[in-house]
Design a protein around this ligand. Structure first.
Ligand code: ARG
Length: 460
């Protein structure tokens, strides 16, 4: 099989479909730029160390740059016969500059090469992920600031629980995204390590300079164990795991947007640019993009499980199984980038139906805790207060009367601790504004949280 770059010890020929099965060029062509960048750094180092001639390195580098330009112009044709991006580029380089191209692979293996390309690829893209998260956080804070005093029911079990500020709700997502941001930041740390120089698995006998290569490629560190360098895919697993958690957050928000744009809730209306109609029902305005984002969460979770399963039980060092590591990461990057952008777009263009949110608090008994707390503050043990209010709620539902609409005499039949000031307490504005405990929904708290979030974002 002399047609293969590694074909020396082979005499037989693989069928095309077998080559196709083993190839990764279908997806790893996306590493082309990183592969070239890594090779240029490697060639520069080989020459600096006197391992290859300066003129040889110059020829190789010029050839690589030509390939890069042709790749960018869409003029390169990769072949399955050459299996993957690394062998494809080396083979094209050979066509361009002749046998000197063969010197590029000195002191290098595809094992440390692919790991380097993959690290570089992710290292180049994590800043964009962080920026997209920041954009969405920015939008949430802008919206929160406009809705500090927008009241709505807070839910548990999707039942009205207690009144909250809609701004407070929005900032809950800001906080989740803040943790996502920090997780990707940590991910950057583990991506910023150079594997190149580990060679196949054990290091090399050539006098290479790994720190020089790291410096050229902008890596913060080099791996200190050659086996670990070629076997580690933690950085990819972390990326997928961080993405899965991010998607869990966005999927929860999507679910609420879908519910809240329904006729029953009617808290939000999506803009025409972020909703779709029906081919049969003329009245329809569907939250398709929120639904699709919720749906795409499945593929991101799938990619995480896929790579965890691929890596599980692999003996050190490189195994071909690891070729399955990249496609899911590439797709996940595209997915989370698109979904983050869609959310920023949906939030910045939707209409918040403040009046409808506020009206949902009318007669919903979400002020029952206020009354129980009121009685407890007057000395009634909370358990008894809870029972008294429970009975009033029962009575109110039977009669169709909200707590705040019951006459004082009626309320006093349940407890003589109740006085005229109770109506102030039953007002949802009071319910929200008295929740001044740290992290509570009081408007003054929400306003302060808006200010501190703005500072965090401005410092990025
Ligand atoms: N295409 C391979 C991958 O993606 C590159 C490394 C191949 N190394 C090897 N020893 N076969 O993992």
């Amino acid at each position: 099989m002399a047609d293969k770059l590694w074909g020396g010890r082979f005499h037989g020929q693989a069928a095309d479909w077998v080559d196709d099965f083993g190839a990764s060029i279908h997806f790893d062509y996306q590493l082309a730029k990183e592969d070239i960048e890594g090779s240029i750094a490697h060639a520069t180092m080989l020459a600096k160390q006197g391992i290859i001639g300066e003129d040889e390195a110059a020829t190789i580098i010029a050839g690589l740059k030509e390939i890069e330009a042709e790749f960018e112009a869409g003029q390169i044709h990769f072949s399955v016969k050459n299996e993957d991006i690394h062998l494809n580029i080396e083979s094209i380089l050979t066509e361009k500059v002749g046998p000197v191209a063969g010197k590029l692979h000195t002191a290098r293996s595809r094992n440390d090469q692919v790991a380097t390309d993959f690290h570089l690829w992710l290292k180049h893209r994590l800043p964009a992920v962080k920026a997209a998260i920041t954009d969405l956080q920015q939008e949430l804070v802008t919206l929160a600031e406009k809705n500090v005093d927008t009241l709505m029911p807070g839910y548990t079990h999707l039942q009205h629980a207690q009144p909250i500020s809609y701004g407070h709700y929005l900032l809950a997502y800001y906080e989740m995204l803040q943790r996502d941001f920090e997780r990707f930041e940590f991910n950057e740390k583990h991506t910023d390590i150079l594997p190149l120089g580990a060679a196949a698995l054990a290091g090399t006998t050539f006098p290479i300079d790994r720190e020089f290569v790291a410096d050229k490629l902008g890596f913060d560190q080099v791996y200190h164990n050659s086996l670990d360098a070629v076997s580690d895919r933690d950085f990819a697993l972390e990326f997928l795991s961080n993405s899965a958690i991010l998607m869990a957050h966005l999927s929860r928000m999507a679910e609420e947007m879908i519910l809240w744009t329904s006729f029953e809730f009617n808290y939000l209306e999506l803009s025409d640019s972020f909703s779709t109609g029906s081919s049969i029902m003329p009245q329809k305005k569907n939250a398709d993009f929120a639904e699709l984002s919720r749906g795409k969460t499945g593929s991101v979770y799938g990619h995480l499980m896929r790579l965890l399963t691929v890596m599980k039980g692999l003996p050190l060092a490189y195994n071909k199984d690891m070729q399955e590591d990249k496609a899911g990461v590439f797709e996940t990057f595209d997915t989370i980038s698109a979904v983050l952008k869609v959310f920023t777009g949906m939030l910045s263009t939707m209409t918040v139906k403040k009046d409808k949110m506020r009206a949902s608090l009318k007669g919903d008994y979400s002020n029952a805790t206020e009354l129980a707390d009121y009685l407890a503050k007057k000395g009634l043990p909370f358990r008894q207060a809870h029972a008294v209010v429970g009975m009033l709620v029962y009575q109110g539902i039977e009669e169709g009367t909200a707590l705040e609409d019951m006459p004082l005499s009626e309320l006093q039949k349940a407890s003589d601790l109740i006085e005229e000031d109770v109506y102030q307490v039953l007002d949802p504005v009071t319910a929200v504004n008295t929740r001044t405990s740290l992290g509570g929904t009081a408007m003054e708290n929400v306003q302060k949280e808006v200010e501190s979030a703005k500072k965090v974002l401005a410092a990025r």
